[in-house]
Design a protein around this ligand. Structure first.
Ligand code: AMP
Ligand code: ZN
Length: 473
């Protein structure tokens, strides 16, 4: 029997008891990466959140079908349906074809995910493998009168869907304010492309024939078409980052509910908050201020230490990045793995079956209650540390509790991730201080710290707002 859990539903803005359509079974869809460059550790925060949800559902006894898409076409550099296709733009920049760009960054994504011990979803589907399903959904919408054509594509008419503002609690009248400026051929600012025509002046690498002419799908339609294909017209949980609420997920709801005629498309919408550099400044590929799992390792920081950092905050709270807190989390991760190894040795071959002691039961109940309470990972981690420090719980029982808790937190505690310390920790902290000085426009202090780091034989690799260090050869 699956146990009861509480989850925050963006649709109602409330923590609710989770009741799936089919008792004991969950259909879960996660918006996957756009594979035009390396996923950054902010993106990976979203996938650690989805993975924690996935592990928790399994832990509480649910049978899971977890689907994640790979966006390898159609995501434009601008959310308002103009600009370049991110994949094609990246192909031009890197001088390789768009299909190779997608392969390269999909492979990198799963390599990074593995380092963060993120489990692979049961179904991973690429947008380009399901073009016919997307065309079929656009046709269904067209037949029901929800679409119109412009010179550059087929658009969804959001005025025909009165529930449009519901998920994002959007102020449509407020949004209309900017319409006169950049409406183009669109009837409303919120209307979005379902199918885009290839520009006859440019040779696209990724394009397909369609009833409306050669072109490619709009970004949002892939998630509707593939989630319906793999999970049905109505399913339980859909995840993504908070940025998806007002546009991507709002559009998914509109086109799916209109195409299928069924409401609600998704019962529980769950969104992970952002990793930010400074208050309100998100880490983002397009802003160029990114760190990747590879950068962490190059700076001597275990990726699973980053997972600890992520779990130390609740998924609905913004997490502000600094090397100082990350180094703290990496140290906590090392303490955990050392304790796990010690306990395993102490436990030896002692049997770990049978009922838990009263103390052990209390700890497990506290852990379960935390995770069932909208994935309260900071509290669950605190319980894990409490177990390790408890002198009354014997090693065999500790080992059993650790295994149980680790199956949910996903820290792989019995296989310590070894990363050579390449950059002295105090230099990383100096880098924090230098970035803070720059943010405060204290150029003299920023310069002093920069020089101090260079004098120690390290180069600063800067992206806007974030940096990492590399030992000068
Ligand atoms: P993308 O590859 O741009 O489609 O984004 C992949 C996922 O990362 C999406 O679920 C985004 O909402 C999420 N995301 C993007 N930036 C951040 C960030 N700074 N912190 C957390 N999640 C993010
Ligand atoms: Zn999506």
């Amino acid at each position: 029997m699956a146990e009861k859990i509480q989850l925050f539903n963006t649709l109602t803005r409330q923590v609710e008891e989770f009741v799936p359509y089919v008792p004991g079974q969950v259909g879960l869809y996660t918006c996957g990466p756009t594979v035009y460059s390396y996923a950054h550790i902010g993106n990976m925060r979203s996938y650690i959140f989805a993975d924690t949800l996935r592990r928790s559902l399994k832990y509480f006894g649910y049978k899971l079908n977890h689907v994640m898409n790979i966006t390898d076409v159609g995501h434009l550099t601008n959310d308002s349906d103009d600009g370049d296709d991110k994949l094609e733009a990246s192909a031009k920049k890197e001088g390789i074809d768009a299909w190779k760009v997608a392969d390269k960054y999909t492979e990198a994504f799963f390599r990074h995910a593995q380092k963060l011990n993120i489990q692979r979803p049961d179904v991973v589907c690429k947008a380009t493998d399901y073009i016919q399903e997307q065309i079929a959904m656009v046709l269904a919408l067209e037949k029901k009168g929800y679409t119109y054509k412009t010179s550059d594509g087929v658009y969804f008419d959001t005025q025909k869907f009165p529930d449009y503002p519901k998920l994002g609690r959007l102020d449509i009248d407020g949004l209309k304010g900017g319409e006169r400026v950049d409406l183009g051929e669109k009837r409303s600012k919120t209307d979005f492309a379902l199918w885009k025509f290839s520009d006859p002046k440019e040779q696209r690498q990724m394009e397909w024939p369609s009833p409306w002419g050669t072109g490619f799908p709009g970004w949002h339609i892939e998630c509707s078409a593939m989630s319906v294909k793999f999970l049905g017209e109505q399913f339980d949980i859909h995840t993504g980052g908070v940025d998806h609420i007002p546009i991507h997920h709002t559009n998914e709801v509109a086109q799916t509910e209109c195409a299928t005629g069924k409401k609600p498309f998704v019962k529980y919408w769950m969104h992970g908050e952002f990793l930010v550099i400074e208050e309100g400044e998100k880490m983002s590929k397009s802003l160029g201020n990114v760190l990747t799992v590879d950068t962490l390792e190059e700076n001597g920081l275990a990726p699973l230490g980053y997972r600890v950092l992520v779990l130390q905050s609740h998924y609905r709270k913004q997490l502000k990045f600094s090397y100082d807190t990350l180094v703290g989390a990496v140290k906590a991760y090392e303490r955990l793995t050392q304790a796990a190894t010690r306990i395993k040795k102490e436990a030896g071959n002692a049997s770990v079956v049978g009922p838990l002691s009263a103390k052990g039961q209390t700890a497990k109940a506290a852990f379960d209650a935390s995770m069932a309470n909208d994935l309260n990972t900071p509290q669950a981690l605190a319980t894990l540390f409490g177990v390790l420090e408890d002198t009354e719980i014997g090693a065999p029982e500790k080992l059993r509790l650790l295994n149980t808790m680790d199956s949910v937190l996903g820290l792989d505690l019995f296989n310590a991730q070894l990363v050579a310390e390449t950059v002295p920790v105090e230099l990383l902290k100096m880098l924090d201080d230098r970035n803070a000085a720059r943010a405060a426009k204290d150029w003299a202090e920023a310069d002093r710290l920069r020089k101090a780091i260079l004098d120690r034989g390290y180069d600063i690799l800067d992206a806007t707002g974030t940096s990492s260090l590399k030992r000068r050869l």
